[in-house]
Each structure stands twice: as structure tokens, then as C-alpha cells.
Design a binder for this molecule. Structure first.
Ligand code: AMP
Ligand code: GLY
Length: 429
């Protein structure tokens, strides 16, 4: 079967790599793809992933039997609807399902209606009401732009002043239309945990839990990023918390079948905080996490084509997930300056040597091949270096050993991925 993956990050490299391992995968296309996917799949740089009719035309012309949509923008734009309407199996929800990620208000209302545990909140498009709610609730408090803001629309405000400023910024247009409605939320505490589930026909098949590192610098300091590293599974999660999160995901999947016009078919990503009162949802995303995918999929022993087709065709009984009994850790190598301004075009060396180590896989996030064939940096997050090991420490040490082999000017990475988890639950106290 020919398969088309939409997207260009480390997540899409990891998805494509797992699909390519399947004997069922014939021609694999990635649009637009990156310097890593170019090595084993066909990149389609000129196909715009968010342009439904263009994606459909490509799929029909290339006899595509499965389309996998990586990022949120094409999902929210309704690319899945266009493809499904033409009878092409798609992994990824339609526009309505993707609203769980596209609108925080839509998502909170879904959670409240279905008794899913989450922070108390107010959603409003009235700036005065937003300021009044902050005065009433006090700090700390969390201010979120309603719409997609590339991960930048959330302020965890330690003081009321900060919260007021965040609200003013939203209504002044800092996030465009995404900020014309704000969600103001109770500030929760505890470790975060990402729970991704394959969802189809109202059923949820949870993947192993994982944990991202959102802040740019060691010790969870500095600005928020798309994610600087991750590991899976998560040693500090108790069996009880795991069961509660799985329950929440199952309830949510059942609710998608009851409430939505069309079956939700794709990944539902629950972003949880493990609070003293139990796991609570910070958000839902309608796709795989990045970089969580780079530690979850390498541990999946089942054939990903089988799994994704079963999801896409609404056959949940055919979904079977088997996991390697190993730990996985990924470290993001970023460009100097990221998540703020950074330069591109730095020559990268050492990837092949790192990749050649047993149990190491280097996923490309922001790379490109220069005309002379050299591989250069082409984004903020450049590479994700994933290692697996029999123990958490083994995986972490191996990941860092592989990182040391790779060089480019301005290479920047956190040196403490997983360190807190190794110290145990008290590290979050
Ligand atoms: P989100 O884009 O909703 O995932 O939010 C980005 C980050 O903000 C999360 O990963 C959390 O670290 C933090 N955050 C979001 N909501 C809350 C909340 N209610 N309480 C505390 N921290 C939060
Ligand atoms: N790693 C966070 C996300 O994918 O949203």
C-alpha cells in the first residue's frame, strides 16, 4: 500500500520510520518531509499539507491507501474531511474533532459535559469580565488564548498583575483571532504526564505514558518551547494514576462517538497534571505529541500500518498494541537562541555515527540538504536523539553519549532530561 504522511518535524520522521518498517508499506511519501525522511521516503516539498483539495489530488494521483496527518493545523483546517469525503482512509480526526485542540473553550466544555477532571475556569470574549475574574480568583492563575497559538498562548501567572497583562495582550491582538476569546484557569500543581491514545469508533487504546520537558533550559528554567526532550514510560506515575488516566481517555473516546457528527479516528492526546487530588486534564490535542512520539513509537512492537489502518477504517477490535520492555529517552538538539531568533544553515556532522550505535535513532526535526549535499540546520529544533535501554539510566546515558557525537555551530540542548524523574516524586514537591 502507498502511504502519505503530512508534516515535517521529528514527530513525522518517527511516524514515517515506524510505517516504513511494515511489510505492508510500499511507496511512502512525506509532505513536505525533512532531511531525515528524505533518506528512506519520498519527500513532497511542494504539497501544502493544509490544502485539502491539493492533498486529495495528490492522494488520488499516487494511489494512496492511507493518509496520516501529523500536525494540528491541517486537522483544524479540515483536510481529513476532504479526504474522507472522497473515500480515502485517513488517520486523524475531522475538523470538528480537531476542535478539541483548536479551541480551548470547545475542549473545556467537552470536559465539563462529560465529567472529565480538569481545572475550574472561565471562558470569555469580554475583556472586562476576564479582568474581574482574575481579581475575584487571585493568583497564581493561568491565562490561555482560546485558539491555536503554536504553544505560545499560555501564561502561568504568579501574580494578578501578570495575569492582567496577559489578558490585555490577548485582547490587544498578540495572538490574532486565537486570542479574541480567553480561557482563565485555576493553577494546578504536580508533574505533567502525556497520555496518547489511538481512538476509533468511540474506543481508546492508550499508548505508554510519556513526559515532555517544555522549558528551554536546565532545571525547567527559561521560556516555553515546543519540547526539549521526553521519556517513556514515566517512572513516577503510580498504577492508580495510570488507571485513572486510562479511564479518562476511555470516557473521552466514548464521548466523541456520542457527540460528534463523525467518528473520531486518530490520536487523542491527553495532557495531564498529576495533582494531589488525582490526574487532571490540562488540555487535549488531536494528534501525536512532539517529541513524545519519538519515545513512544520506537517502543511499539506492533505493525503501525495495521494499527493506523484499523483506526482510520473504524475497526477498533483490530487494534492490538505490544510494547518493548525498554525505556526510551529523547534529547532535542536545538539551534542557538531557540525558542527565540536563531540562525539556520549550520553544517551538521556525526549523525551517521550516532545512528550507528545500538539502540540509538536520530530523528530529524529541522534539517535540510544543501545543494552540495551537506546536511544543514533548518529550524529551531534540529534533531531528536532517541535511545532505548533496559533501565531508565541506561537509556538516558546512551542518549547523551549519542548527542556528544553530533556537532553543529550553536548546538544547544538540555543536559537534565529525565533527571527529575530519577530523583522521584519528591522532585516535584
Ligand atoms: P497547554 O498549551 O495548555 O499545554 O499549556 C502549556 C503549559 O502550561 C502546560 O504544559 C503546563 O505546563 C502549563 N499549564 C497549562 N494549564 C495549566 C494549569 N491549569 N495549571 C498549571 N499549569 C498549566
Ligand atoms: N509536546 C507537546 C505537544 O506536542 O503539544
Amino acid at each position: 500500500m502507498n502511504i502519505l504522511v503530512l508534516g515535517s518535524g521529528g514527530r513525522e520522521h518517527a511516524i514515517s520510520w515506524a510505517l516504513a518498517k511494515s511489510p505492508r508499506c510500499d511507496e511512502l511519501y512525506v509532505a513536505p518531509g525533512n532531511g531525515g525522511t528524505a533518506g528512506f521516503a519520498r519527500n513532497v516539498p511542494d504539497l501544502a499539507a493544509y490544502d485539502g483539495p491539493a492533498v486529495l489530488a495528490f492522494a488520488q494521483a499516487h494511489d494512496i491507501g492511507l493518509v496520516v496527518i501529523g500536525p494540528e493545523a491541517p486537522l483544524v483546517a479540515g483536510v481529513a474531511d476532504v479526504l474522507r469525503g472522497a473515500g480515502i482512509p485517513v488517520f486523524g480526526p475531522d475538523a470538528q474533532g480537531a476542535q478539541l485542540e483548536g479551541s480551548k473553550t470547545f475542549c473545556k466544555e467537552f470536559m465539563m459535559r462529560n465529567d472529565l477532571p480538569t481545572a475550574a475556569y472561565l471562558s470569555t470574549s469580554d475583556e472586562a469580565a476576564a479582568h474581574a475574574y482574575i481579581d475575584e480568583q487571585g493568583a497564581p492563575i493561568v491565562v490561555k488564548a482560546d485558539g491555536l497559538a503554536a504553544g505560545k498562548g499560555v501564561v502561568v501567572a504568579a501574580t494578578a498583575e501578570e495575569a492582567h497583562a496577559a489578558v490585555s495582550e490577548c485582547f490587544a491582538g498578540a495572538f490574532g483571532k486565537a486570542g479574541s476569546t480567553v480561557v482563565i484557569e485555576e493553577c494546578l500543581t504536580g508533574p505533567e504526564c502525556s497520555m496518547l491514545a489511538f481512538v476509533s469508533a468511540g474506543r481508546a487504546y492508550c499508548m505508554a505514558p510519556s513526559q515532555d520537558h517544555k522549558r528551554a533550559y536546565d532545571g525547567d528554567e527559561g521560556p516555553n518551547t515546543g519540547g526539549m526532550g521526553a521519556y517513556s514510560p514515566v517512572p513516577i506515575v503510580t498504577a492508580d494514576e495510570l488507571a485513572q488516566m486510562e479511564d479518562v481517555m476511555a470516557s473521552a473516546a466514548a464521548a466523541t462517538a456520542r457527540e460528534f457528527d463523525h467518528d473520531y479516528r486518530g490520536v487523542l492526546y491527553g495532557g495531564f497534571m498529576l495533582t494531589p487530588a488525582g490526574p487532571k486534564l490540562l488540555e487535549y490535542n488531536a494528534r501525536f505529541g512532539d517529541p513524545e512520539t519519538q519515545v513512544v513509537l520506537p517502543r511499539l512492537e506492533s505493525d503501525l500500518v495495521d494499527v493506523m489502518l484499523a483506526v482510520a477504517e473504524g475497526r477498533p477490535d483490530d487494534i492490538a498494541l505490544a510494547w518493548a520492555d525498554k525505556w526510551a529517552v529523547t534529547v532535542v538538539l536545538a539551534s542557538e537562541g531557540y525558542p527565540r531568533a536563531y540562525e539556520k544553515g549550520k553544517v551538521i556532522t556525526g549523525i551517521d555515527a550516532a545512528d550507528a550505535l545500538d539502540d540509538v535513532k536520530v530523528y530529524h526535526a529541522g534539517t535540510a540538504a544543501r545543494d552540495d549535499g551537506a546536511l544543514v540546520t533548518a529550524g529551531g529544533r534540529v534533531l531528536n536523539v532517541t535511545a532505548m535501554g533496559a533501565t531508565f539510566e541506561e537509556a538516558r546515558d546512551l542518549a547523551y553519549r549519542a548527542c556528544d557525537i553530533i556537532h553543529f555551530d550553536g548546538k544547544q540542548n538540555r543536559t537534565d532530561i529525565g533527571a527529575r524523574a530519577l530523583r522521584g516524586r519528591d522532585a516535584w514537591a
